[in-house]
Design a protein around this ligand. Structure first.
Ligand code: C2E
Ligand code: SIN
Ligand code: SIN
Ligand code: FE
Ligand code: FE
Length: 595
C-alpha cells in the first residue's frame, strides 16, 4: 500500500483553480457593487451640494406667487440675473425651475419657458422632498442644446420651498457637469478595485495556504499510515519468524535441524543472501562452522576462526556486533579469504550468540549487495541471535544430559563387571573365565557382523551369564565330583534364576538372551526350554561355544582342565548337536584351527 502523492496534488490543483474562480467572481461582484454604491453616494453628495447651493440662493428670493403661473418678464430677468451671478459656475451649468404641475417657470432656454411638461420620475421625487438624480447622456429632447458641450451631465432635482411657505411648491432641476466629478469617481473606482483585489489576493492566498498545508498534512499522514502499516506487517512477519524458531527449538533437540530453521528465518526475514552459525568449541577456543545457508561454495563448512582473531573471533570475544560494509574494498581485513572466492559478497555482519551470559558462537550474515540496515533490522538481527543462542544452549543442555546418561551407563557397566568378578571368585573357576568368555563372545559376534549398538548387550549378557549360580548352594556348586539327579535339577535352575534376577532391570532387558539361554542346545536337548536350532537366540548360540571352550580349558572342582586338542575334538564332535555349526566354524577360523 504505497501512498499516492500525485493524486493528492492534482486534487489540490483542481481545488485551487475552483477556489480561484469562485473567489475571483465574488471579488468582482463585490468590487462592482461597492463601486456602484460609492459612486452613487459620491454623486448624491454632489447632487445635495448643488441643491443646497441653489436653494440657498433662490429660496429666499422666490415667493408663493412666483410659482403659480408663468413669470412676468421682469421677474424672469431678476431671477435670471440672480442665477447667472450667484449660481452658474464651473460645476453647475444650468438651472430650471418647475412648479408642481410641470410648468417650466425658468430656464435659460427661453423657448421652453412657460410650457407645461409631463412630470418626470425624478421631478416627482423632488416634489416629495427627496433629492432626485440622474446621469444623463444627453439623449433627451430637452438636452439637445447641451450635446457637444458636455460629455455627461448630472441632473439633480431638489424640492423648492419659497421663503414664505413651508410647503414644497416646486422643484429645481440642476445640471451639473460630470467632467468635474470624474476624477473623484475614478479615484473611488481605483480605491475599490485596489482594495478588493488586495483583499481577494489575501483571502485567496490564505485559503490556498490553508488547503495546501492541510493537503500536505493529509499526504504526510497517508504516507505515515502506509509506513506504519508496512512496519506492522513486517513486525508480524518477524514475530512469526521468531515463533518458527521457538517451535523449532522446542520440537527438536537436534541442534543442526534447529539451526537450519533459524538460518532459513534469518535469510528470509532479514532479506540477506547467506548466513552461517559458527559454534565456539570451549577447549580449542575456536569458532567452528555448524550450519550455513545461501553459500555457493562449500568453503564456509571448513570455516574456523580463533577467539579474538578475525571479525568473527573478535565479535565473540568483545561480545558485540561487527560489520564490514564493503568486503571487496576491505579484503585485507577479512582473514578467511578462501571463503569469499566466487561468492561476490559485499556486506558482512557478525553478531555474537550469547545465552545465560555465555558466548555460544557467532552468527554471520553475508549479502551480495550493500546493506544499509535500519535500527529495526538490527534489532531483529539481535532478537534472532538471542533465539539462536537459546537454541544452542538448549541443545547443549540436551547433550549434557546425554553425556551424564553416558556417564551413568559407564557406572552401570563397571558395576556389572564387579558382579561378574565376584561370581567368578565364588565359583572357584580360574580367575578371568568371565572376562575371557566375554572377549571371545564379542570377537565371534563381530565376526558375525552383529551391529555395533547391539554389541554392548552381548557384552553385558556374557559378563552376567552365570549370575543365576548365585542361587545354587555351595555344596552343589563346589562339589568335587559328579552331580546326583537331584543336584542336577537344582543346577539346571541357574538360567531361570538369572532371568528372575535380571528381568526387573529394564536397562538389562536386551542383555538377557545369554544368561537365559546359554545352556540351550542346537539339537533341542538343552535347558531350561529345550529350544532347538535357530529358536535359540543367536547371542546364546555364540556364547555357548565360547563358554564350553573356556570351561573345558579350565580346572573345575569336579575335573581338571582338558588339553586343547581334546577340546577341539569335542567341539568338532558336538557341532550340529550341542552347537550351531556356523558358530563353531567361525570359532575355528578365528582361533586358527581348520580341522
Ligand atoms: P561349568 O563348569 O561352567 O560348565 C559349563 C559347561 O561346560 C557345562 O554345562 C558343559 O557343557 C561344559 N563342561 C564343563 N565341564 C565339562 C566336562 O567335564 N565334560 C563335558 N563334556 N562338558 C563339560 P553343563 O554340563 O550344563 O553344566 C553346567 C554347570 O553345572 C557347570 O558349569 C558346573 O558348574 C556344573 N556341573 C556340571 N557338571 C558337574 C559335575 O560333575 N560336578 C559339579 N560339582 N558341578 C558340575
Ligand atoms: C571472520 O569472521 O573470520 C571474517 C572476518 C575476518 O576474518 O576478518
Ligand atoms: C525361565 O524359567 O526360564 C524363565 C521364564 C520364561 O522364560 O518364561
Ligand atoms: Fe552356565
Ligand atoms: Fe561359564
Amino acid at each position: 500500500m504505497q501512498p499516492k502523492p500525485r493524486r493528492q496534488f492534482s486534487f489540490l490543483a483542481k481545488f485551487s483553480l475552483a477556489a480561484f474562480i469562485i473567489t475571483a467572481a465574488i471579488a468582482v461582484l463585490l468590487a462592482w457593487g461597492t463601486q456602484r454604491r460609492l459612486e452613487h453616494n459620491a454623486l448624491l453628495q454632489a447632487a445635495e451640494n448643488a441643491g443646497d447651493q441653489v436653494s440657498t440662493v433662490l429660496n429666499p428670493n422666490l415667493t408663493t406667487a412666483d410659482l403659480v403661473a408663468p413669470l412676468s418678464s421682469a421677474r424672469f430677468e431678476e431671477i435670471d440675473a440672480l442665477i447667472r451671478q450667484n449660481i452658474l459656475r464651473k460645476n453647475i451649468v444650468r438651472v430650471k425651475i418647475w412648479n408642481r404641475r410641470g410648468l417650466l417657470l425658468y430656464s435659460d432656454q427661453k423657448n421652453l419657458v412657460g410650457r407645461t411638461f409631463p412630470l418626470s420620475e425624478e421631478l416627482q421625487e423632488a416634489l416629495e422632498g427627496k433629492v432626485g438624480m440622474e446621469v444623463s447622456s444627453l439623449e433627451k429632447e430637452e438636452n439637445i442644446e447641451e450635446r457637444g458641450h458636455f460629455k455627461q451631465l448630472l441632473e439633480v432635482y431638489v424640492a423648492l420651498r419659497p421663503h414664505n411657505s413651508s410647503e414644497i411648491l416646486g422643484a429645481y432641476e440642476i445640471y451639473q457637469d460630470m467632467t468635474l466629478l470624474e476624477p473623484r469617481i475614478a479615484t473611488i473606482r481605483r480605491f475599490v478595485w485596489y482594495s478588493v483585489s488586495l483583499g481577494f489576493l489575501i483571502l485567496y492566498g490564505s485559503l490556498f495556504m490553508l488547503v495546501y498545508n492541510a493537503s500536505r498534512e493529509l499526504v504526510r499522514r497517508n504516507q505515515e499510515n502506509a509506513r506504519l502499516y508496512a512496519e506492522a506487517e513486517r513486525r508480524l512477519e518477524n514475530l512469526q519468524g521468531l515463533r518458527n524458531i521457538d517451535q523449532a527449538i522446542t520440537s527438536s533437540l537436534d541442534l543442526y535441524l534447529t539451526l537450519q530453521v533459524v538460518l532459513t528465518q534469518i535469510t528470509t526475514q532479514l532479506g540477506v543472501d547467506a548466513a552461517a552459525v559458527l559454534l565456539l568449541k570451549p577447549h580449542s577456543h575456536a569458532l567452528e562452522f555448524a550450519a550455513g545457508r545461501g553459500f555457493r561454495s562449500p568453503a564456509i563448512e571448513s570455516s574456523q576462526a580463533l577467539l579474538g582473531e578475525s571479525y568473527a573471533g573478535r565479535a565473540a570475544l568483545e561480545r558485540r556486533l561487527l560489520h564490514i560494509s564493503n568486503l571487496p574494498a576491505a579484503a585485507h581485513e577479512f582473514t578467511r579469504q578462501s571463503l569469499l572466492a566466487g561468492e561476490q559478497f559485499i556486506a558482512y555482519y557478525v553478531i555474537p550468540l550469547i545465552a545465560k551470559k555465555r558466548v555460544m558462537g557467532v552468527m554471520e550474515i553475508y549479502h551480495r549487495s550493500p546493506l544499509n540496515p535500519q535500527q529495526e533490522w538490527l534489532d531483529f538481527l539481535e532478537a534472532l541471535a538471542t533465539q539462536t543462542a537459546i537454541a544452542i544452549d538448549n541443545a547443549s543442555l540436551f547433550e549434557d544430559l546425554q553425556r551424564s546418561n553416558t556417564d551413568l551407563t559407564l557406572a552401570y557397566d563397571a558395576t556389572i563387571e564387579g558382579w561378574s568378578r565376584a561370581l567368578d571368585l565364588r565359583d572357584k573357576e580360574t580367575e578371568g573365565h568371565t572376562q575371557r568368555v566375554t572377549a571371545m563372545t564379542l570377537d565371534l559376534a563381530r565376526a558375525m557382523r552383529i551391529r555395533e549398538p547391539d554389541m554392548v548387550h552381548f557384552r553385558r549378557g556374557a559378563l552376567l551369564h552365570d549370575i543365576g549360580k548365585m542361587g545354587i548352594p555351595d555344596n552343589i556348586l563346589l562339589k568335587p565330583g559328579p552331580l546326583t539327579e537331584e543336584e542336577w535339577k537344582i543346577m539346571r535352575q541357574h538360567p531361570a534364576y538369572a532371568y528372575e534376577m535380571l528381568s526387573p532391570i529394564t536397562f538389562l532387558h536386551p542383555a538377557l538372551d545369554i544368561p537365559h539361554y546359554h545352556h540351550e542346545r542346537w539339537d533341542g536337548s538343552g535347558y531350561p526350554h529345550a529350544l532347538k536350532g535357530e529358536q535359540i537366540p543367536l547371542a546364546a548360540r555364540i556364547f555357548a561355544v565360547a563358554d564350553v571352550w573356556d570351561a573345558l580349558s579350565s580346572n573345575r572342582p569336579y575335573r581338571p582342565a582338558w588339553p586343547a586338542d581334546k577340546i577341539w575334538a569335542y567341539l568338532q564332535e558336538q557341532t550340529g548337536r550341542l552347537f550351531d555349526p556356523q558358530v563353531v566354524k567361525l570359532f575355528k577360523t578365528i582361533r586358527g584351527q581348520n580341522h
